[in-house]
Design a protein around this ligand. Structure first.
Ligand code: FES
Length: 101
């Protein structure tokens, strides 16, 4: 596994997604119940950045058509989304959020 510095923990607020770009990858970081999660930031339905959506009940709601994904697993939770988003391993080292692409 190769972990890359994605953002600082102090910049990630509970229940507010944070968009980061690592090379060509668009990633959304989430802080949920004190834990950090990372997932692909583009909806699998059409082009929308999930980091512009709302976090609720452990899910991120797409801002375009309100499809939902489980933040921890990336699973598609309701129509119109049927395809999961990719999630990435995360570790936190001090203030540094590291993710494995
Ligand atoms: Fe995300 Fe349609 S673009 S639900």
């Amino acid at each position: 596994m190769t972990f890359t510095h994605a953002a600082n923990l102090s910049d990630l607020v509970e229940d507010e997604p944070l968009a980061v770009r690592l090379g060509d990858e668009q990633i959304a970081l989430y802080r949920l119940d004190g834990e950090v999660y990372a997932a692909h930031n583009v909806c699998t339905h059409q082009f929308a950045l999930l980091s512009d959506g709302y976090m609720e009940d452990g899910c991120i709601e797409c801002p375009l058509h309100q499809g939902k994904f489980d933040i921890k697993t990336g699973a598609a939770m309701c129509a119109p989304v049927t395809q999961s988003i990719r999630v990435y391993p995360v570790k936190v080292e001090g203030d540094r959020i590291m993710i494995d692409l």
